[in-house]
Design a protein around this ligand. Structure first.
Ligand code: GDP
Length: 297
C-alpha cells in the first residue's frame, strides 16, 4: 500500500512528540528533521520538502504552540494542515461544459503510465453521471492501443471512435469531434499516443491537436510509482503543452507516494483523480484532506 513506510515513520515521530508535556524549540526542530528525512525518503521533491518544513516550523515555534497545554498535538495538527495545503487544500473537480455542448478532454502521458486504462475509467465515471461519452483512439503507433481502447470501451458501454492506424492523430481528433456533434455526444475523450520518454514528435502531435481543436481540459496521466520522475514529466508537459489537471495512477501499489505530495506544489496544477487498481472502477476523486489523513494514519 502506498505511503506505508512514510506513515510508519511519521507516526513514530508523532508518538514521541505527543508523549512530551513541554516542548523546547530544539525538540520541535529535531522532530521536524525526522519528518524531513521521511518525506525525502518517500521521494517528495527536495524543494517542496524544504518549503514544507519551513512553513511548519514557522507556525510551530511560536509562543502559542510552545506554551499550550498540548504542544505535541499542536505540532502534529500543523503538519496535518500543511500537508493538506501542499496538495492543494480543496478538491478540484473536472470542469465540464453544459451537457448541450461538447467538452473535449485530451489524455496525455508516457507509455505505460496508464493513460488508455484511465481514459476508459474516466469514460465510465462520466457516463454514470449521465454524460454521453465518446472515446477516441488517437494512439496510432501502438497497434494494441486501439484494440485495448475498444475492449475497455465495450466493458464500459461507451462507444469508441477510430479511423484505424493510417490517419494523423489530429485528423482523427477532428473527425471524432464532428461525429460527436452530429450524434449528440457531450464528452469526447481523446486517447493520444504516449512514448517511452518525452520526445519532440509526441509534443508536436499534442500541440497540433490543441491548435486545431478546442481542447477544454488537457489531462496528464502520470505513474505514481515513478516518484520524482512523475513530477518531472508533469513539469515538462505543463511547460510545453499546458495541463489543466493530473491523474496519478498506481497509487494502490507500493509506491513511496512522493508524487502525490509534490505534483501540485511543483506544477501548480491539481491532481484530479487517483488510479487505485487495474479494474475499470478503480478511479477515485482526489481529496487532499483524505490523502493527508491516509498518510498520517
Ligand atoms: P498507457 O500506455 O499509458 O496507455 O498505459 P495502459 O493504460 O496500457 O496501462 C499500463 C498498465 O498499467 C496496464 O497493465 C494497466 O492495467 C496498469 N494500470 C493503469 N492504471 C493503474 C492503476 O491505477 N493501478 C494499477 N495497479 N495498475 C494500473
Amino acid at each position: 500500500m502506498a505511503f506505508e513506510s512514510l506513515s510508519d515513520k511519521l507516526q513514530n515521530v508523532f508518538k514521541n512528540l505527543r508523549g512530551k508535556g513541554r516542548l523546547s524549540e530544539a525538540d520541535v526542530k529535531a522532530s521536524l528533521k525526522e519528518v524531513k528525512m521521511a518525506l525525502l525518503e518517500a521521494d517528495v521533491s527536495f524543494k517542496v520538502v524544504k518549503q514544507f518544513i519551513k512553513s511548519v516550523e514557522e507556525r510551530a515555534i511560536g509562543a502559542d504552540v510552545m506554551n499550550s497545554l498540548t504542544p505535541g498535538q499542536q505540532v502534529v495538527k500543523i503538519v496535518h494542515e500543511e500537508l493538506i495545503s501542499l496538495m492543494g487544500s480543496e478538491t478540484t473537480e473536472l470542469k465540464l461544459k453544459n451537457p448541450s455542448d461538447v467538452t473535449v478532454l485530451m489524455m496525455m502521458g508516457l507509455q505505460g503510465a496508464g493513460k488508455t486504462t484511465t481514459a476508459a475509467k474516466l469514460a465510465g465515471k462520466l457516463k454514470s453521471k449521465g454524460r454521453k461519452v465518446l472515446l477516441v483512439a488517437c494512439d496510432v503507433y501502438r497497434p494494441a492501443a486501439i484494440k485495448q481502447l475498444q475492449v475497455n470501451g465495450e466493458k464500459q458501454g461507451v462507444e469508441v471512435f477510430t479511423m484505424g492506424e493510417n490517419q494523423k492523430p489530429v485528423n482523427i481528433a477532428k473527425g471524432a469531434y464532428e461525429y460527436a456533434r452530429k450524434n449528440n455526444f457531450n464528452v469526447v475523450i481523446l486517447d493520444t499516443a504516449g512514448r517511452l520518454h518525452v520526445d519532440e514528435d509526441m509534443m508536436e502531435e499534442l500541440q497540433q491537436i490543441k491548435e486545431n481543436l478546442h481542447v477544454d481540459q488537457a489531462l496528464l496521466t502520470v505513474d505514481a510509482m515513478t516518484g520524482q520522475d512523475a513530477v518531472n514529466v508533469a513539469t515538462v508537459f505543463n511547460d510545453k503543452i499546458g495541463i489543466d489537471g493530473v491523474i496519478l495512477t498506481k497509487l494502490d501499489g507500493d509506491t513511496r507516494g512522493g508524487a502525490a505530495l509534490s505534483v501540485k506544489a511543483v506544477t501548480g496544477k491539481p491532481i484530479l483523480y487517483i488510479g487505485m487498481g487495474e479494474k475499470l472502477s478503480d478511479l477515485e476523486q482526489f481529496y487532499p484532506d483524505r490523502m493527508a489523513s491516509r498518510i498520517l494514519g
